[in-house]
Ligand binder design. Structure first.
Ligand code: FE
Length: 337
């Protein structure tokens, strides 16, 4: 009798373990906008039956993960910008993930050598230029943006924003701290107004005639074209892909990591692998207007129509290391003031 009871129990256990091997939900902490994620998470749930709970955070993800510690519900961390991924790693809030699928889908320069983060998409930081007021030969490089011929013609968001800190980090990488300082001072003296608003607000300013050139990320062009209120702004500009004098165009990534104390690691892995799959990469391209990261995945026709470029091949982790210098430099030249 007791043997029978034992075998029943163990059968039951085996069955339970088999059915619960992969959880039916996965929790995501995201710095990415919910509307950008929804098409991806919907497709994942349709394919796997695993529900995705997304907590969208405006800021403070690191503080929250630290405060929650081992009891954190977070399985997967989604963010943009290499510096934020590095911040997660610096605080020991992620865990290594060994996956042939992830390693196969994500090129080496866009993932952590220790498998703690993986890029999912790339974006270039480019120049939006007035169709009417900017000639194609007025500037070619990021360095040119500091030239006096562009005085009073440039708009940008805050120099302290992660996107601009990434660009300034790259300038420090290529020209050293002092060289980057001269550049940033020159750029500041070319501004049409104090840094303010987001990337799209700069394109609106071109449309309104306040400036001729704006620094912004590529995918906002797609977002503006899709928004009836913003389409006129987009139609007033072309995209130019500046390069560094001795390198390519500045790119950054969106990426993913598995939280250190993920309560549903199998479901987390399934989601991470899905996000690098051809299906998900196509959503990044078609819906979010980003550049897919997987070799062989193509940008959407709209994005391809903006032109092609050679990305700066600097290792993104090297840029992330320069972030403190870039923050200090931007304060030193009082860029936003
Ligand atoms: Fe953005």
């Amino acid at each position: 009798m007791s043997f029978l009871k034992f075998s029943l129990t163990s059968t039951l256990l085996t069955t339970l373990m088999a059915t619960t091997a992969v959880a039916d939900e996965v929790n995501v902490y995201s710095y990415r906008q919910p509307e950008l994620l929804k098409p991806l998470t919907d497709a994942f749930t349709a394919q796997t039956g695993i529900d995705v709970n997304v907590a969208f955070l405006e800021k403070g993800m690191i503080e929250r993960l630290k405060a929650e510690g081992r009891r954190s519900p977070a399985d997967v961390i989604l963010t943009v910008d290499i510096s934020r991924l590095r911040g997660i790693l610096d605080e020991d809030l992620a865990q290594p993930v060994n996956s042939e699928i992830l390693n196969g889908n994500v090129p080496e320069q866009y993932r952590d050598p220790n498998n703690q983060w993986f890029g999912l998409s790339t974006r270039a930081r480019i120049a939006y230029v007035s169709k009417e007021r900017v000639k194609s030969d007025e500037f070619k490089t990021y360095e040119d943006l500091a030239n006096p011929n562009l005085k009073g013609r440039i708009c940008t968001r805050s120099g302290m924003h992660d996107y601009n800190i990434g660009l300034t980090s790259a300038m420090i990488y290529h020209h050293g701290y002092e060289g980057a300082k001269t550049w940033l001072e020159g750029l500041k003296s070319n501004l049409a107004r104090k840094p303010q608003g987001n990337d799209r607000a700069q394109v609106k300013a071109i449309w309104a005639g306040e400036c001729d050139i704006a620094i912004g990320n590529t995918y906002y062009m797609g977002a503006m074209l899709s928004d009836p209120e913003q389409k006129d702004w987009a139609d007033s500009v072309n995209i130019l892909f500046p390069t560094f004098e001795a390198a390519g165009t500045h790119v950054n990534i969106s990426g993913v990591a598995m939280a250190k104390h993920a309560p549903h690691p199998d479901a987390a892995l399934a989601l991470m692998e899905f996000l690098t799959s051809p299906d998900a990469q196509e959503i990044y391209a078609e819906v979010n207007f980003e550049y897919p990261i997987k070799d062989g995945s193509l940008p959407s026709d709209i994005v391809a129509g903006w032109g092609s470029f050679v990305p700066d091949d600097v290792n993104l982790m090297d840029l992330a290391k320069l972030r403190p210098d870039a923050l200090r430099l931007t304060e030193e030249v009082n860029f936003d003031g």
